[in-house]
Design a protein. Structure first.
Length: 51
């Protein structure tokens, strides 16, 4: 059986570490992430084809 590693991250808001994000913060982060992915795959269509 293959071992998997847990992905962890640390969030900072206003220079302070936070344990959890608010719903508004999560939505904003998801929107920005989606925009970044869209821009990347628009510039690299060959990478999108690999998916």
């Amino acid at each position: 059986m293959k071992k998997t590693k847990t992905l962890t991250c640390t969030f900072y808001v206003g220079g302070k570490q936070v344990e959890k994000l608010t719903e508004e913060q999560k939505e904003k982060m998801a929107q920005r992430f989606g925009e970044a992915l869209s821009k990347y795959y628009s510039l690299h269509p060959e990478e999108y084809k690999k998916l």
